[in-house]
Design a binder for this molecule. Structure first.
Ligand SMILES: *[C@@H]1O[C@H](CO)[C@@H](O)[C@H](O)[C@H]1NC(C)=O
Ligand SMILES: *[C@@H]1O[C@H](CO)[C@@H](O)[C@H](O)[C@H]1NC(C)=O
Ligand code: FES
Ligand SMILES: [Fe+2]
Length: 423
């Protein structure tokens, strides 16, 4: 329980004291302080793999339906499941100096640790000696991590074993796998490439985020049961904007009700264009979205927003907001494959400090509502390698061609078989 809740409770309790002016004054002060603190706090929201996008039925809980849908999903030929590129593993704030944590993603088990100087490293979680899990009791020593089993010490820089407490000599081949990593914009990324190729591009720094000129205003986390490519492909799927995201956000996220008559008088209108970027940024693409809101067909000019979304590699998007008087900021989306058909999606918003926090928090919440509608589609859909497209859908095919650059000959494939799953 944070300060805000504490103050609210204290305020409520003070109301029970004798009704003297001083007591009531105290109560009011505590209530106001609590409310103000809560209003300033960043928005935080976490939704597990079964929380969104499934519909319970008679006798079936939502989790049971989720399990059934995942098992019975029809998967045709899928693109490889782990593209090559940078993927978020943790937020910087989740890893203290001297701390080691484990993260499972991309079919790998990573141990992420931070030395006392603040530098972070990513290595395999299993010790190559006898296979202990380094993130369970592994100790950070200088820029190395010490295995909790026999005390072997591995450098986070090159993976070399620098000490075996009981051995005369450390053999040359004693090494742990080190993964290329970078820490940018408040996140720790790993570079994944199926052939071990070194990074071919970098995660860009957003100057206002790094300098703190834009304040952190919130984070949402979702787990999506779908192939990773479904999520970025949404950007090139212009036609779904009006249909799926047109109904007013007040009508909610459950697609059975979003078209309810009651909210028909408010609509979101969208206009969008998706383009790959030219050399040397061919790993990037750009989506320009113009959005406005109409009430009884009349536009509310205050809510016109133009968002430019820059997709950077297979699992990172910067959405830039710029508004004539609501200021500017950035929404950062990361997608990390946890399993072949399970994606961890994180949205974080940073906004100009001079703009009251509730505005970016509302934007993040509105994005969450629209995103959860997409999740309801993704969780229950099939990936079609040969979709039935019309001329107006052409950007989807262009997006598939563009995204295929993140796969290579040895990328991990997924095949579904009658008797269980194989990959
Ligand atoms: C290592 O241990 C941590 C903490 O219990 C756990 O979350 C993680 O999955 C383990 N990693 C492996 C590779 O088993
Ligand atoms: C609102 O958006 C729609 C769709 O992009 C567009 O046709 C319309 O002109 C916009 N209205 C205003 C007032 O900008
Ligand atoms: S298993 Fe890690 S030191 Fe032995
Ligand atoms: Fe969408």
């Amino acid at each position: 329980m944070g300060f805000g809740w504490g103050a609210l409770w204290a305020g409520a309790a003070a109301l029970l004291l004798p009704p003297a002016a001083a007591c009531w004054g105290l109560a009011l002060l505590a209530l106001l302080a609590g409310a103000a603190w809560l209003a300033c706090r960043p928005l935080r929201l976490w939704r597990g793999p079964e929380a969104v996008g499934y519909v319970g039925e008679a006798g079936w809980s939502r989790a049971q339906v989720a399990g059934r849908v995942r098992k019975s999903r029809r998967t045709g030929p899928l693109p490889p499941v782990y593209p090559n590129g940078w993927f978020r593993l943790l937020d910087s704030a989740q890893l203290a100096r001297g701390e080691a944590r484990s993260v499972a993603a991309l079919g790998e088990q990573f141990a992420v640790f931070r030395d006392l100087n603040g530098q972070s490293y990513v290595v395999d979680a299993y010790c190559p000696h006898l296979g202990a899990n380094l993130s369970v009791g592994g100790r950070v020593v200088g820029s190395c991590i010490e295995c909790p089993f026999h005390g072997w010490l591995f450098s986070g820089k090159d993976g070399k074993c620098t000490r075996i407490p009981y051995a005369e000599k450390v053999p040359e081949f004693a090494k742990i796998k080190v993964w290329p990593t970078c820490e940018v914009d408040g996140m720790i990324f790993v570079w994944y490439h199926c052939d071990g190729v070194s990074p071919t591009w970098q995660v860009p720094e957003q100057e206002e985020v790094v300098s703190g000129a834009w304040a952190f205003r919130g984070i949402t986390e979702h787990f999506v049961n779908a192939h990773i490519e479904e999520i970025p492909e949404n950007a090139a799927d212009i036609a779904h904007l009006s249909f799926l995201h047109g109904p007013c956000i007040m009508s909610g996220v459950d697609l059975r009700h979003t078209n309810s008559k009651f909210w028909k008088f408010i609509r979101h209108n969208w206009k969008a264009e998706w383009q790959p970027e030219p050399e040397p940024d061919t790993h990037c693409s750009c989506l320009i979205v113009k959005h406005n809101i109409t009430v009884f067909g009349t536009c509310i000019p205050l809510l016109d927003v133009t968002v430019s979304a820059k997709q950077i590699g297979p699992g990172l998007v910067f959405l830039f907001f710029k508004h004539s008087f609501l200021g500017e900021g950035i929404l950062i989306q990361t997608v990390t494959p946890v399993e072949p058909l399970l994606q961890h999606v994180v949205h974080r918003i940073y906004y100009q400090r001079s703009i009251p926090g509730f505005i970016p928090k509302f934007m993040l919440w509105a994005e969450k509502v629209q995103f959860e509608r997409d999740i309801m589609i993704w969780n229950n859909k099939q990936y079609l390698s040969k979709p039935l497209l019309v001329k107006e859908d052409a950007a989807i095919q262009r997006h598939r061609r563009w995204y295929s650059q993140f796969y290579s000959a040895h990328s991990v494939k997924f095949t579904s078989q009658k008797n269980g799953l194989d990959w």
